[in-house]
Design a binder for this molecule. Structure first.
Ligand code: UDP
Length: 332
C-alpha cells in the first residue's frame, strides 16, 4: 500500500485530495494546523484504518519528522490565501507559504519520498498579457500572497534541482467545488455568492460582471495532482484550469438571483485563462466536469454555506480598503 501525506488536508482542496487518495487505496496522513482548515472537511474519514489526522503546523515539522517516515508521495496544500490580509501582514504569508514549504521540503527530502507535488497559484502571472496563459508566461505577482506562493514554488523546484527531491508544481487557476471557503475573510466568489443566495440577498458583482475566470472543479484538480505524483517527472510546472473561461454574469445566471454592482478593483485581471496543453500532453490529464454541472453540484449542497459570512456592498468596501490603498496605481 502506498502512503501519502496531504498538508492542508482540512482545507478545501486538500480535503478533496484526501478523498481521492483514500478512494485509490492509499494510506493517507493528513496534516493541518486548523488555522483556516476545518476538521469537518475530513470528518467523514474518521475511524478509517488507512486515514490518520495530525494536528501540526508545517513550520514546526522537524527535518526528521516521524509522520514522514515511509511516505511515498507528499501533496503540499498547506498555506494561507487571500489578497487583502497578505497586503496587511506580508510576513505571516512568507512564514506560512515560504518557510512552511521549506520545512515540508526538508522533511520530504530526509524521508526520501518519491514525489512532492506543490500547490502553486496562477496568481504568479499577475495581469497576464498572454491569453491563454502558458507556463512560460512572465512571472509578475501583484501582491504578497502571489509572491509567497511563487517563492514556495521556486523553493520546491530548487530542492528538485539541488537535492534531487522529485518535485512538480501545479499552478491552479480558480478552483471551485464543495467545501470552498466559509471563513471570515472576503474573497472566493463562490462562497460569497452562495451565502448571499441562502439569505436572499443580491449577488455583489464586481464591475460589470463581464470579467472571466478559468474556473476548474476541485475533483478535476485532485486528479491532476495524483497524475503528477505517479508520473516519472520532476522539476516541471503545470497549469491546471478548465481552459474555458466563464464570466461572472454567467455564474449569476446559473445560480439565479438579483444583482448589485460593486466597484472594480485595481490589479485584478479581466480574464484568467489557462493554457493546459502541457499537462494534457505530458500527463494525459483533462478536466471532465463542465461549469454547468459543477455549479449544480454546489447548489445541491448549498447548506454548507449557511454559516458563511454574508457580504454586502458596504462590508466589501470596508474589507477591500487596503486593496484600493496599496494597488491603486495598478490597472482596473
Ligand atoms: N467577484 C465578484 N463579486 C464578489 C467577489 C468576486 O464579482 O463579491 C468576481 C471577481 O471580480 C473575479 C471573480 O469573481 O472576477 C473571482 O474572484 P475570486 O476572489 O474568487 O478569485 P480571483 O480570481 O480574484 O483570485
Amino acid at each position: 500500500m502506498k502512503a501519502a501525506i496531504v498538508t492542508g488536508a482540512a482545507g478545501f482542496i486538500g480535503s478533496h485530495m484526501v478523498d481521492l487518495l483514500l478512494d485509490e487505496g492509499f494510506e493517507v496522513r493528513a496534516i493541518d494546523n486548523l488555522a483556516t482548515g476545518r476538521l469537518d472537511n475530513v470528518a467523514h474519514h474518521k475511524g478509517q484504518r488507512r486515514f490518520s489526522f495530525h494536528h501540526v503546523d508545517i513550520c514546526d515539522l522537524g527535518a526528521e519528522s516521524a509522520v514522514f517516515t515511509g511516505v511515498d508521495h507528499v501533496f503540499h496544500f498547506a498555506g494561507i490565501g487571500d489578497i487583502v490580509p497578505s497586503i496587511e501582514r506580508p510576513l505571516e504569508y512568507m512564514r506560512a507559504n515560504v518557510t512552511g514549504t521549506l520545512a515540508v521540503l526538508e522533511a520530504a527530502r530526509h524521508a526520501g519520498v518519491r514525489k512532492l507535488v506543490y500547490a502553486a497559484s496562477s496568481s504568479c502571472y499577475g495581469l497576464a498579457e498572454e491569453l491563454p496563459t502558458s507556463e512560460t508566461a512572465p512571472i509578475q505577482p501583484e501582491y504578497p500572497y502571489a509572491l509567497s506562493k511563487w517563492l514556495g514554488e521556486r523553493a520546491a523546484l530548487h530542492w528538485a534541482q539541488v537535492y534531487k527531491l522529485p518535485a512538480v508544481s501545479i499552478r491552479m487557476f480558480n478552483v471551485y467545488g464543495p467545501r470552498v471557503r466559509t471563513t471570515g475573510v472576503y474573497g472566493a466568489v463562490f462562497g460569497v455568492f452562495l451565502a448571499q443566495k441562502i439569505h436572499d440577498r443580491p449577488f455583489t458583482v464586481v464591475g460589470d460582471g463581464t470579467q472571466t475566470r478559468d474556473f476548474v472543479f476541485v475533483t478535476d484538480v485532485a486528479r491532476a495532482f495524483l497524475a503528477a505524483a505517479v508520473a516519472p517527472i520532476s522539476g516541471q510546472v503545470y497549469n491546471v484550469g478548465a481552459g474555458n473561461p466563464q464570466s461572472i454574469n454567467r455564474l449569476v445566471e446559473l445560480i439565479g438571483g438579483p444583482v448589485v454592482h460593486v466597484p472594480a478593483r485595481p490589479g485584478e485581471p479581466r480574464c484568467t485563462w489557462a493554457d493546459i496543453r502541457k499537462i494534457q500532453r505530458d500527463l494525459g490529464w483533462k478536466p471532465v466536469v463542465s461549469f454547468e454541472d459543477g455549479v449544480k453540484v454546489m447548489l445541491s449542497q448549498i447548506d454548507y454555506w449557511k454559516d458563511a459570512p454574508l457580504w454586502t456592498p458596504e462590508t466589501i468596501q470596508q474589507a477591500t480598503r487596503t486593496w484600493f490603498q496599496y494597488l491603486s496605481d495598478r490597472p482596473v
